[in-house]
Design a protein around this ligand. Structure first.
Ligand code: FPP
Length: 252
């Protein structure tokens, strides 16, 4: 899917291969480096998470302006439960904090909120805040802001296999009809196209159990910037880098 991206400052002749007309449809981000951002400033780790909330809004705003279809943000992984309870408690309050400040802007920008992950296992106060935002934004038809909360790819694939086997047992699905497309329907991302671009901040170069199935042909962009320092210009730079890539999907 190609979309016009009106924010480029660079001239076509400066970078002949740049495809000015194509923005990625689905961008996924591993928001990393909150703790180090805080530690660098002599602050407690949670100060980095608090600041990271504002970076989320800057990126959502940029993605909406750039006409991106889907923005998937890794907010809490199934492995993050291993952190100290005080930090987990803080992380679980972030969606409410974010929505308290930014839901009006999200509505103005016609953004729809959804989640992927094991939603039911979240604390009630987190679920309520997020569900309220899902309901309020349900009729918006601009950017889909997809929070991965309590998400892990292996957990997602295991759940998919179990539900699929149930459906095979009850003859809702036949083994012969099973293909990659049908399997994808059992994932949390059912119905969403695969990410075109996956960004990870803070210099780490790994997927950390994020969208393993879905990122088979995704372009990766790793950058040293720490998440709380991310702004609109950062996001547009990532889009520009993406547009310099040649995607072949295994072909020539
Ligand atoms: C990774 O940094 C970040 C997280 C585990 C939490 C991500 C959450 C936010 C960016 C806040 C916004 C969330 C919502 C839902 C609005 P880290 O703590 O692993 O950093 P470190 O690697 O430097 O320790």
């Amino acid at each position: 899917m190609s979309k016009k991206f009106p924010f480029f400052k660079r001239k076509k002749e400066e970078v002949p291969d740049l495809e000015y007309e194509a923005v990625p449809s689905h961008v996924a981000i591993i928001m990393d480096g909150n703790g180090r951002w805080a530690q660098n400033k002599g602050l407690p780790r949670v100060a980095g998470h608090k600041e990271g909330v504002h970076a989320v809004n800057r990126v959502v705003r940029a993605a909406a302006r750039a006409n991106i279809d889907i923005l998937t943000l890794y907010a809490f992984s199934t492995e993050n439960w291993k952190r100290p309870k005080s930090e987990i408690d803080y992380l679980m309050k972030l969606p409410k904090q974010f929505l308290h400040i930014y839901l009006p802007e999200i509505m103005e920008n016609n953004v729809r909120i959804e989640t992927i992950g094991e939603f039911d296992a979240l604390p009630d106060h987190t679920k309520n805040a997020v569900q309220n935002a899902i309901d309020k934004t349900a009729n918006n038809n601009g950017l889909l802001l997809n929070f991965a909360i309590n998400y892990g790819s292996r957990n997602e694939i295991m759940h998919a296999v179990k539900r699929l086997m149930n459906d095979i047992d009850s003859s809702k699905v036949t083994l012969d009809s099973l293909d990659e497309n049908l399997f994808s329907n059992y994932l949390y991302t059912n119905g969403l196209r695969d990410p075109d671009l996956l960004i990870r901040t803070s210099g780490e170069q790994r997927l950390s159990n994020f969208l393993l199935w879905q990122s088979a042909y995704t372009e990766f962009w790793f950058t040293d910037t720490l998440w709380p320092d991310v702004d609109e210009a950062f996001f547009y730079q990532a889009i520009e880098e993406y547009q310099l890539r040649k995607r072949r999907f295994g072909g020539l």
